[in-house]
Design a protein around this ligand. Structure first.
Ligand code: THU
Length: 161
């Protein structure tokens, strides 16, 4: 028998002005776009801003539906849009913000972590994830792996020639 402990690392910042200009601008863009969230059922507005390595930024917000499961989370809207428009670009940073006030940021859902992981694995470069809720502290993860340890890897199912 062997017990193992995993270490998960993230950095906490008290205020946006402690961040570098690029990260601060990305958060600001995501927050400005919160108004475009379509969340009439949960009233929980979420917005995401994605920085690509081709200098493009792509935004997304949660889009709900009267048939609840048909809606989609903000970060998935953003990353699917980014990869649909710029399929060869690498994702450098994903910002996810909510309007909801909290002392700590909200945590992205498991399905979205899996989707972010797909692109981190295929681009073979870590994706930074930045989280903030209202005026909360800011959490920065340097890799999706820190949010989704033991992730399912497509390499496990892809047939090798
Ligand atoms: N939501 C997101 O946009 N991202 C997440 O990671 C978690 C939840 C949205 C989905 C739904 O529109 C609302 O928040 C409440 O669950």
């Amino acid at each position: 028998m062997k017990e193992t402990t995993l270490n998960i690392k993230f950095t906490e910042y008290d205020h946006i002005n402690e961040l570098n200009v690029n990260d601060a601008q990305l958060i600001q863009s995501a927050e400005e776009n919160l108004k475009n969230a379509y969340a009439p059922y949960s009233l929980f507005k979420v917005s995401s801003a994605i920085q690509l390595n081709n200098a493009k930024m792509v935004l997304g917000t949660n889009q709900e539906n009267a048939a609840y499961p048909s809606g989609l989370c903000a970060e998935r809207v953003a990353i699917f849009s980014a990869k649909s428009t710029y399929p060869t670009a690498n994702v450098e940073t994903v910002v996810i913000v909510t309007a909801q006030e909290n002392s700590t940021p909200f945590s992205p859902c498991g399905g979205c972590r899996q989707v972010l992981m797909e692109y981190e694995l295929t681009q073979k470069k870590p994706i930074r994830v930045i989280l903030k809720s209202g005026n909360s502290k800011i959490w920065i993860f340097n890799s999706v792996k820190d949010l989704l340890p033991f992730a399912f890897d497509a390499d496990d199912i892809l047939k090798k020639e």
